[in-house]
Design a protein around this ligand. Structure first.
Ligand code: PBG
Length: 326
């Protein structure tokens, strides 16, 4: 047998050699921590389907944000879990609403923290859909009208980034136009551009209290079978002025992250969603996997696929392991 001239194992021999040729870096600076805001004071309500995560009252959100800051995490994204819901989700654009109040409180206590607000309606509507329902379907343009109200209310509260997530046609352009009109031209839009109709959002339903009374979201979220269509969606959002493009979920869609990376030069975010988080927790609880190791491998895979930043419930645990805190 002819002996190989190139032996790949040479560069794997020691940790420092491996570090020198490491292609993908995972840093705390790329992590975004999602949190769920509930009414009240001094309340932490554990989310059974997401071990380690809780719904938090505003004062607890502030504490958790300070913990994130100390770990070096640059951004949080907030979801409101309001008591009051109605047909159109009007609580979403209440200036005194949960995410607006939490944002003001964070900006008071920890002004450097980047606050991202998810501009959507499903947590706020009585039926759990992402907009105004007309004849059993979410009406695109009526929903856009309300989305403008949400985006401006969130911007007034001090949000650093607005993230429209409802997958309505034209939602990025609309958000951009309204923000500019209202004097918020400096606020970036993070577009949930390729958001799939996914079963991996299961635990989020409990976390955000968004069980749908009827139907499904396949009329607005993308078909899991489609990848080319993701490029079309992303291209549209780029032309409408998106600053950051998102692919969601992350793991079952790493090919989509990679394709988008190939085609688009804007920053890409991937959302490592609730079901992805809970699967690791459940497997670890049963002793099937080593949690820390699999978590870091998972987050690294999302970076390797091409994501610049990762929205993840693992953010604090990963940050502790990465040890870049202040
Ligand atoms: C919509 C929204 C959802 C998630 C984030 N934003 C739910 C959905 O579209 O069904 C899911 C995130 C997760 O599962 O972690 N406001």
């Amino acid at each position: 047998m002819q002996f190989p001239e190139y032996r790949p194992r040479r560069m794997r021999r020691t940790e420092n050699l491996r570090r020198l040729v490491r292609e993908t870096q995972l840093g705390v600076g790329q992590l975004i921590y999602p949190m769920f805001v509930i009414p009240g004071k001094n309340i932490r309500k554990p989310i059974a389907a997401m071990p380690g995560q809780s719904q938090l009252s505003v004062d607890e959100i502030v504490k958790e944000t300070k913990a994130c800051h100390a770990l070096g995490i640059p951004a949080v994204i907030l979801f409101g879990v309001p008591e009051k819901k109605d047909e159109v989700g009007s609580e979403a654009w209440n200036d005194g609403g949960l995410v607006q109040t939490a944002t003001r409180a964070i900006k008071d206590a920890c002004p450097e923290m980047t606050v991202i607000l998810d501009a959507c309606f499903d947590e706020y509507t009585s039926h759990g859909h992402c907009g105004v329902v007309v004849n059993g379907d979410v009406d695109n343009d009526a929903t856009l009208e309300n989305l403008g109200l949400v985006a401006t209310s969130q911007a007034r509260a001090g949000a650093d980034i607005i993230a429209p997530s409802g997958m309505m046609d034209g939602f990025v352009g609309w958000t951009r136009e309204i923000l500019d009109e209202e004097g918020f031209e400096h606020i970036p839009v993070m577009a949930y551009s390729a958001k799939y109709a996914s079963g991996y959002y299961g635990p989020f339903r409990e976390a955000a209290g968004t069980a749908s009374d009827f139907g499904h979201r396949k009329g607005y979220q993308m078909d899991p079978s489609n990848a080319r269509e993701a490029i079309r969606e992303v291209t549209l959002d780029v032309s409408e002025g998106a600053d950051i493009i998102m692919v969601k979920p992350a793991l079952a869609y790493l090919d989509v992250v990679a394709r988008v990376r190939d085609k688009i030069d804007l920053p890409i975010a991937a959302y490592n969603v609730s079901g992805e988080y809970s699967m690791l927790k459940a497997a670890a609880e049963r002793g099937f996997i080593q949690y820390d190791r699999v978590m870091m491998e998972t987050l690294t895979s999302i970076r390797r696929a091409g994501a610049d930043m990762i929205l993840t419930y693992h953010a604090q645990e990963a940050a502790r392991l990465l040890g870049e805190g202040v």
